[in-house]
Design a protein around this ligand. Structure first.
Ligand code: IMP
Ligand code: MG
Length: 179
């Protein structure tokens, strides 16, 4: 375990099993359809790679990037699109993939922006959900794990752009971010 990690919350094995289950569920729910899977960089890059390989349907993948946290651990509430999707989504079944639904500021804003482009449907798949911290009325259609209010890193999630490559999800020691 990394020295800056207080404890492992979700092991590599737990992640792999749950991501497989989500893929099966999505495969069943969208049977016979083509899904436009879009993920929000950078936190969801590993989840996106594993989840899409667990979906047994014809899919397309696309990416967008938004600013959220800077180097802090608390959402600013200000969301800015830094990189937009490459392809139009009009008439498509859009599955938006996120690493974590925390305050909900990011997804609340994004869903609003994307809905205006008239997709046939929008659903949200988030690996992690911290329901206690929600500031906006938004929930995900697919949730990997509900987790308590602790700052976590690994499997794509960062603190100040570090720790994304840890293969598990762990709770960061508060000393590391001055908490
Ligand atoms: P929200 O807008 O507050 O829902 O935050 C969404 C974004 O905040 C996520 O996509 C993450 O990048 C970041 N975030 C929220 N909680 C954590 C955490 O515990 N660890 C790492 N990043 C987090
Ligand atoms: Mg982040």
């Amino acid at each position: 375990m990394h020295q800056d990690v207080e404890k492992i919350l979700l092991s590599q094995q737990a992640l792999s099993q749950r991501v497989g289950e989500l893929g099966e569920q999505i495969t069943r729910d969208y049977a016979g359809r083509q899904v436009a899977v879009a993920s929000v960089l950078r936190g969801s890059y590993i989840f996106m790679a594993d989840l899409t390989r667990a979906i047994q349907l014809p899919i397309t993948v696309d990416f967008m990037a938004v600013s959220s946290y800077g180097s802090g651990t608390v959402s600013s509430g200000q969301v800015e699109i830094k990189k937009d999707l490459s392809d139009p989504i009009e008439g498509k079944d859009l599955l938006l993939v996120e690493d974590i639904l925390d305050s909900g500021n990011t997804l609340y804003y994004l869903v609003d922006v994307l809905r205006a482009r008239k997709p046939a449907s929008i659903r949200i798949c988030t690996l992690l959900d911290k329901p206690e911290r929600r500031a906006k009325p938004i929930q995900a259609d697919y949730v990997g794990f509900q987790i308590p209010d602790a700052f976590v890193v690994g499997y794509g999630l960062d603190y100040d752009e570090r720790y994304r490559n840890l293969p598990y999800i762990g709770v960061l020691r508060p000393e590391v971010y001055g908490g």
